[in-house]
Design a protein around this ligand. Structure first.
Ligand SMILES: Cc1cc2nc3c(=O)[nH]c(=O)nc-3n(C[C@H](O)[C@H](O)[C@H](O)COP(=O)(O)O)c2cc1C
Ligand code: SF4
Length: 662
């Protein structure tokens, strides 16, 4: 197939055609794969918040919505603190209510049945210990785990079957068994984690027995027509941590899929990885789109039942190509639906350019560590019941001025315009985007540019007047006389007062990324946050000799999300660029950067010192306005430096709630 085929628009796309699996007809080919949300009510029922989140995606044209992980066992089966459960018959009626609402839109629903095994959360296990086929500890979490007895394994088979029965009683269109990502079912399938000597281990047949008994049991209880999907890690990707051939390889994954077809499964959902190879489950920003296609293809070629698989699919043309190529029958995407719940409707109507594309920042995944789901680009994600899609038009005839065109300013401006205000957004540089602009330039960070493209057209559609190259003073703001003023002046680099910091060979990382700094051959990068790491990678790629990245703290990128850090740090290690911790910058001389460690003074010869020590709020305008008594709402980095996620959220809230001053 050619690319032209995939450029078919709107309703003519294969993507928009129905697809039938046994008794189930899905209205189009789009699937939202399971995404844990931490939004369920504490009793394991969907409640208002999770239902509103689902409904948003159902109304947005999602053909098949697969629930997040559902708990099947209350003793050691928790995967999230606020998780759906089908462990008791009382769970059926509330889930039925939510599914009825989903069905009213035409969207179909699968319940994903899950047990975390050794990837569980010890404090959520009854005796503080996770369970697993053979007591193999997950090396990333190091959570204590114990081997299940044969009786317990049989009990767990029953738990999955009973949960499937309840799902069917609740009106689910089928179930998906979570056999991927190193969770319990996957642990039984994998020769790395299954070292049992009873009938649930040993050879391939033994490793397949746990999932086979679950499938056969569900068939018996739910009937021959009840669709069963199994999500598999078609490769555990152990080669990415230096252990090729260990665990489930692609060949083993294809063999598992073939056996699943033989035992009567209706659909295979292809994923990869375990917690130990986590960036191959949920991929960071610098992972190439369609990277998983060859693995999906291996499964596809092994079976004749329908197949779907995530592969960082972000645009309808990309999805269409996968369908046209016969790679998949359904287009599986998780995060695309977080960033844009309207993905399906926009694809069907051919409004591809309006899709807010997930950029892969991982803020959604990181959020689950401490609370409910968020999306950096969709501030309503997880708050659907709190904020309607569109605000009331309560600012008709009013004017608003937004100073600063970073993500927080753009978001605030759009919301104010949607409320009916005449909005002017001023931006000091020649394009909107703020810190996102230099952020696009390191290797693999191109998806950040989608954010700017998207805001440009959203502001146009909302009727916001954007004035580029416009610096606003407090006088100018006062003179403007807007009814609402939002200050989104962003952040400026922080430079410590150390000897030599004013030398010309000291440059800011942000200026390097912007292309505004002259950089010599031998470079030292000071500060190992994401900006420091990414700048080091960019300079290495451009042929500079990066002598090292030096960090004062005793870990690289303290505070940053580990998966993001690893996605760049692994490249630096491969390029043999030292990542030095415990090195505090003391001084810069014309040909050296001088650091202090706990033991010694370290002199590092270099031509350029790139500082990535952090940013501080650019609060000057806000403070001046406050002094002069001009009411203004500060948003984004101007209030406290953070990620795109926080900037967008603060711009959204300000734009939605800002009141007209007297
Ligand atoms: C926050 C978050 C939670 C997830 N929870 C689940 C889950 O409950 N079950 C599951 O099978 N996959 C889960 N996934 C994986 C996604 O379904 C999907 O496979 C992955 O995000 C890669 O696809 P994408 O780039 O289209 O999102 C989760 C992903 C994210 C980002
Ligand atoms: S938070 Fe980031 S990774 Fe997650 S869906 Fe939104 S844009 Fe994508």
């Amino acid at each position: 197939m050619t690319n032209d085929t995939a450029q078919v628009h709107g309703a003519n796309r294969l993507l928009t055609t129905p697809f039938t699996i046994g008794s189930l007809t899905i209205p189009n080919r789009t699937v939202m794969t399971p995404v844990g949300t931490n939004l369920a009510d504490p009793d394991g029922t969907p409640g208002k918040r999770l239902t509103a989140y689902w409904m948003e995606r159902a109304r947005g044209g999602c053909g098949l919505l697969v629930s997040e992980i559902i708990r099947v066992n209350e003793v050691h089966g928790a995967g999230l603190p606020r998780q759906l459960a089908l462990t008791r018959d009382e769970h059926v009626a509330p889930l039925r209510e939510a599914i009825e609402q989903i069905h009213s839109t035409g969207t179909k629903f699968l319940a994903q049945l899950h047990h975390p095994g050794s990837e569980g959360i010890p404090p959520l296990c009854a005796d503080g210990v996770t369970v697993s086929p053979s007591g193999v500890v997950v090396r990333t979490t190091k959570a204590p785990t114990r081997e299940l007895t044969t009786d317990e394994v049989e009990g767990l088979v029953g738990d999955f079957i009973q949960a499937a029965r309840r799902a069917k009683e609740a009106g689910a269109d089928g179930v998906e068994i979570h056999g991927a990502h190193g969770y319990l079912v996957c642990q039984f399938l994998s020769p790395y984690t299954n070292r049992r000597t009873d009938r649930y281990g040993g050879d391939f047949d033994g490793r397949m027995r746990f999932v086979t008994e679950i499938i056969e049991g569900i068939r018996k209880v739910c009937g021959p027509d009840f669709p069963i999907s199994v999500r598999i890690s078609a490769s555990e990707m152990m080669e990415t941590i230096g252990e090729p051939g260990v665990g489930i390889t692609v060949e083993e994954g294809a063999r598992i899929a073939r056996r699943l077809e033989e035992v009567g499964v209706d659909l295979i959902s292809v994923s990869t990885g375990t917690y130990e190879t986590g960036t191959t489950i949920i991929e960071p920003i610098n992972t190439p789109r369609n990277w998983r296609d060859p693995i999906i293809r291996a499964v596809r070629d092994a079976v004749s039942i329908p197949v779907m698989g995530t592969s960082i699919t972000r645009m309808p043309s990309q999805a269409e190509q996968m369908l046209q190529d016969g790679l998949v029958d359904l287009v599986a995407m998780g995060r695309s639906w977080l960033a844009d719940p309207q993905w399906g409707v926009k694809a069907i109507e051919g409004r591809d350019d309006q899709i807010v594309r997930c950029m892969g920042c991982m803020a959604c995944f990181q959020a689950l560590g401490s609370g409910p789901i968020i999306c950096a680009l969709n501030p309503r994600c997880g708050h659907e019941s709190e904020f309607p899609p569109l605000p009331a038009r309560d600012l008709e005839g009013r004017s608003a001025l937004v100073v600063g065109g970073g993500p927080s300013g753009c978001e605030a401006a759009e919301q104010l315009a949607l409320r009916g205000a005449d909005v002017v957004l001023t931006e000091a540089t020649d394009r909107i985007g703020g810190q996102v602009r230099p952020g696009c330039n390191p290797p693999g960070k191109e998806p950040m540019s989608w954010v700017i493209d998207n805001y440009e057209q959203r502001l146009r559609r909302a009727g916001v007047e954007v004035r580029l190259g416009t610096v606003m003073t407090a006088d100018a703001v006062r003179g403007f006389g807007a009814d609402v003023v939002v200050v989104a002046t962003g952040a400026v680099p922080f430079r410590p007062a150390l000897p030599g910091m004013n030398l010309p060979q000291v440059v800011e990382a942000i200026d390097v990324l912007r292309g505004d700094a002259e950089v010599g051959r031998r470079v030292v990068v000071v500060g190992s946050g994401m900006t420091g790491l990414e700048t080091a990678e960019l300079l290495h790629q451009r042929g500079h000799e990066v002598i090292g990245v030096y960090e004062m703290a005793d870990t690289i990128a303290p505070g940053a999300f580990r998966q993001n850090v690893e996605s760049v740090a692994s490249h630096l290690r491969a390029a043999k660029i030292p990542l030095q911790t415990g090195h505090k910058l003391l001084e810069v001389t014309p040909d050296q950067a001088i650091f202090g460690t706990a033991q010694e003074r370290v002199e590092v010869p270099c031509d350029t010192v790139v500082t990535a020590i952090g940013m501080r709020p650019n609060a000057a305008l806000g403070q001046e306005l406050a002094t002069e008594g001009v009411e203004a709402v500060p948003v984004g980095d101007a209030t406290g430096v953070a990620r795109v996620a926080e900037a967008v959220a603060s711009g959204f809230r300000a734009g939605r709630t800002a009141a007209v001053h007297a």
